[in-house]
Design a protein around this ligand. Structure first.
Ligand code: 5GP
Length: 192
């Protein structure tokens, strides 16, 4: 296995999706893990690119076979990180997993070669900024917003279990911080 596994998580609205996209665009030695899900594809979603779409039976069979690094249920559907796919990518590249905090901690526990895993949490500069970003999206009621912020507080409270915390106080700086971590971790242990 050549690559490292970079698990990037953080509260929703923190901008991690945008950051991950930028990292992949600028570094061809990185690959993105494609998750499996039992939910139906949305318009424009391609099997094997956005997700691997599985039936519930297929998914449950894979759980029994130990085929996931982690999995979870969201809104009545299963989502999981396929072990074999990630291992295959790691032969040539480092792999980014963009998953939530619970999933990230599961990966660290389940993965035998924990040395090869780097957990990075992206956090907002402060709660007020995140609140404004979520309000700006305008997709939630006041009650949903409070629930989401409660969840965010819980997620951020797990940050000490992470290897790195990156504050997203500006995309360019946060991207550079992530690139530095990736560079440093990729060559850690190499003889100069
Ligand atoms: P969506 O259906 O909108 O694509 O995703 C719904 C939720 O599933 C999101 O919160 C997303 O982060 C989560 N999710 C997507 N892939 C995975 C995965 O591989 N593992 C876990 N634990 N959650 C995932």
């Amino acid at each position: 296995m050549k690559g490292k596994l970079f698990v990037i998580s953080g509260p929703s609205g923190v901008g991690k999706g945008t950051l991950v996209k930028l990292l992949l665009q600028e570094d061809s030695s990185l690959a993105l893990s494609v998750s499996c899900t039992t939910r139906a594809p949305r318009e424009g979603e391609v099997n094997g690119k956005h997700y691997f779409f599985l039936t519930r039976e297929e998914f449950l069979k894979r759980i029994n076979e130990g085929g996931f690094l982690e999995y979870d249920e969201h809104f009545g559907n299963y989502y999981g990180t396929p072990k074999a796919f990630v291992k295959e990518q790691l032969e040539n590249k480092s792999v980014i997993l963009e998953i939530d905090v619970a999933g990230a901690l599961q990966v660290k526990e389940n993965y035998r070669d924990a040395e090869g895993i780097v957990l990075i949490m992206v956090v907002p500069p402060d709660m007020q900024t995140l609140r404004q970003r979520l309000v700006g999206r305008g997709s939630e009621s006041a009650e949903e917003l409070e629930k989401r912020l409660e969840r965010v507080r819980f997620e951020i409270a797990q940050k000490n279990r992470y290897d790195y915390v990156v504050i997203n106080d500006g995309l360019e700086d946060a991207k550079r911080a992530l690139q530095n971590i990736i560079l440093q971790e990729t060559f850690r242990g190499d003889k100069v």
